[in-house]
Design a protein around this ligand. Structure first.
Ligand code: SAM
Length: 287
């Protein structure tokens, strides 16, 4: 198995199962960011748009509605289990102008040409983001814009970083090499630095690069119990516990106490809401 097979395996198995368990929170929370970028920079009616690393494809379906019946939204993901859910949801919602296929964005044919491309929280998990950015650009028509949403720095994202700090203080950090387990790839904050990301986009052949900040509170649980479960399963905190294996499992009661205290400050009458912050990154395939 090469590094990318390990990441694909992770997204198709353990991470897919965790995402499915918390789909209700993830879809609503992440859509806060995509709804904003799509209202600031809507795709025009009739456009053909690629959604890279589309996960459950809710963003793909939203784009399909935006571009209307003369347009098309095409979602791709390296994990076939996500694509199966996408196809079911498209059928269930009667959205005929969305289609999906399994593809590794770094190396596979992305079936262009597209007018534009989109990625919500996908690119930060690509093992070779430079290769993926180049491949996405090649799938675009001249002048096509690639819009990405990525997390800004961890300190501005307490919705997952507070739990990470809490877990790090209790659970020994084991690297995925040491653990021998599958892993998610570079991780949620790997594209938080605008200097590095704009250099990567330029090297991939893009121009007209821009960054816009957006902040929104995200619901991480309908109550404190669910927020603690969510934190122990997903994000860097969940990964530290998983990679620590048996020891991580043993320390869960201690972690639960600490997380209840840490996340307790975010409890509101309608759930547990914590701040999050993203970059909307837009880059153009030269005309
Ligand atoms: C954090 S999830 C985001 C999913 C979705 N875009 C969303 O916002 O809900 C990252 C996604 O990237 C996908 N992914 C990771 N590496 C990939 C690659 N090389 N090619 C295509 N998809 C990849 C994963 O399978 C996963 O669905």
């Amino acid at each position: 198995m090469n590094d990318n097979d390990i990441v694909i395996e992770a997204w198709n198995t353990v991470l897919f199962e965790k995402f499915l368990r918390f789909k209700h929170l993830l879809v609503a929370g992440l859509a806060a960011h995509s709804d904003e970028v799509l209202s600031r920079h809507p795709f025009p009616p009739g456009a053909r748009v690629l959604d890279v690393g589309c996960g459950f494809g809710d963003s793909t379906l939203r784009i399909a509605q935006e571009v209307g019946p003369r347009g098309e939204a095409v979602g791709t993901d390296c994990a076939s289990n996500f694509i199966t859910v996408c196809e079911q949801d498209a059928r269930a919602n009667g959205i005929a102008n969305a289609s999906f296929f399994v593809a590794d964005s770094q190396s596979d044919d992305l079936r262009g040409p597209y007018d534009h491309a989109f990625a919500r929280f996908g690119t930060m998990f690509f093992m070779m983001p430079g290769a993926a950015l180049r491949n996405v650009r090649k799938s675009l028509k001249p002048g096509g814009v690639f819009t990405q949403i990525v997390w800004r720095k961890r300190e501005e994202n307490p919705w997952i970083h507070d739990a990470e700090m809490c877990v790090r203080a209790i659970v020994p950090v084991v690297s995925h090499e040491e653990s021998g387990q599958v892993h998610c790839g570079p991780g949620p904050f790997s594209m938080a630095g605008p200097d590095m990301v704009s250099a990567m986009l330029k090297a991939a052949g893009f121009n007209g690069i821009s960054f816009e900040r957006f902040d929104a509170d995200i619901c991480i649980g309908r109550d404190l119990n669910e927020a603690v479960e969510f934190a122990m399963a997903l994000g860097p905190a969940g990964e530290i516990i998983r990679l620590a294996g048996e020891q991580g499992e043993k320390l869960k009661p201690q972690v639960t106490v600490a997380l209840r205290e840490t996340l307790g400050r975010y409890v509101r009458p309608n759930g547990v809401w914590a701040p999050s912050s993203t970059w909307f990154i837009r880059a153009r395939n030269p005309a």
